[in-house]
Design a protein around this ligand. Structure first.
Ligand code: PAF
Length: 295
């Protein structure tokens, strides 16, 4: 595995890969990698000849009172995980290279960036869309991989790729959970043992809702109430909403299309998000992917 610290160096290496006819896959991350990231790398390896991963804690997607300064990191562990899972090149750029003096161009994801997490984290998705666009421009992968856990992020990136004619296939891979159901997240490391147990009410609520759906429940309010009744251990429930999993539009009445029950809440100061897809399809996550636009 090659560690690459500058964009010009990466471009030279990528040129060689492309000359060799390599199909390039990309897994962007903010580091402090866990089995969820490992799964994205594995999905990437299964479909691509070369796996490019990146570690960059993107300052523009954090609000002023958020955890940018204390975002967890462990570069040795991350490098070992990437090596173990067959990453070809690991890009670890400096913030000064990505955001040069005078940087002033951002991507506005529109209304989709202002609802759900966007209403609690103003500017977050503007930062995400901007850095993802920059990284896609730098790496120019054939395929890029994102986790279903960040369902709204995946929807915003998919919309951006489509709207801006970016020649990349977007792949969304299922959420990876701890054995007790907690969705894997770098931020889980903030939780004390007691808080971690309380956090399990989220996955329990999602499971109960999925079970109700399997048994035939289709009423949006009924499904949302099933989840809400179990979200009792959160210190703050920010939202529990049923949305179209591709557009993030709220679903009212009956569920007739691919839906996501999305939850965000706080345990102490730690903000957690999770979701479950409600669909009759055996592999609903696959429906979230976007095949490249011919241009
Ligand atoms: O999901 C993440 O880890 C980040 O939002 C991403 C996509 C790497 C952009 O900084």
């Amino acid at each position: 595995m090659r560690i690459v610290r500058s964009i010009p160096e990466l471009r030279v290496l990528l040129k060689t890969l492309r000359k060799q006819g390599s199909r390039v896959g990309f897994v962007p991350t903010m580091g402090y990698l866990h089995e969820g990231h490992a799964s994205l790398i594995q999905h990437c390896r299964a479909r691509c000849d070369s796996v490019i991963a990146s570690i960059f804690v993107n300052p523009t997607q954090f609000g002023p009172d958020e955890d940018f300064e204390r975002y967890p990191h462990d570069l040795d562990h991350d490098q070992a995980l990437c090596l173990k899972h067959g990453v070809t090149m690991l890009l670890i750029p400096e913030a000064t290279e990505l955001y040069t003096t005078g940087f002033s161009t951002f991507i506005d994801p529109g209304p989709m960036g202002q609802i759900l997490c966007g209403s609690y984290r103003p500017g977050h998705f503007r930062g995400v869309a901007t850095i993802v666009a920059k990284l896609l421009n730098i790496v120019q992968p054939d395929l890029a991989f994102f986790g279903q856990k960040d369902l709204q992020q995946a929807a915003i990136v998919r919309r951006m790729v489509w709207d801006l004619n970016m020649p990349v296939e977007l792949v969304v891979a299922p959420t990876i959970r701890e054995s007790d159901g907690l969705a894997m997240s770098s931020r889980n490391s903030y939780l004390s043992i007691r808080d971690r147990i309380r956090a399990l009410c989220i996955s329990r609520a999602l499971l109960a809702t999925a079970n109700a759906f399997q048994k035939g429940a289709r009423s949006a309010s009924e499904l949302v109430n099933t989840a809400k009744q179990l979200l009792v251990d959160l210190d703050e429930l920010q939202y529990c909403e049923l949305v179209d999993a591709l557009t993030m539009d709220p679903i009212e009445g009956e569920v007739k299309r691919l839906a996501g029950l999305c939850v965000a809440g706080k345990i102490g100061k730690t903000r957690l998000i999770d979701n479950v897809l409600l669909s009759e399809s055996a592999d609903p996550t696959r429906l979230l992917s976007l095949v490249a636009i011919p241009d």
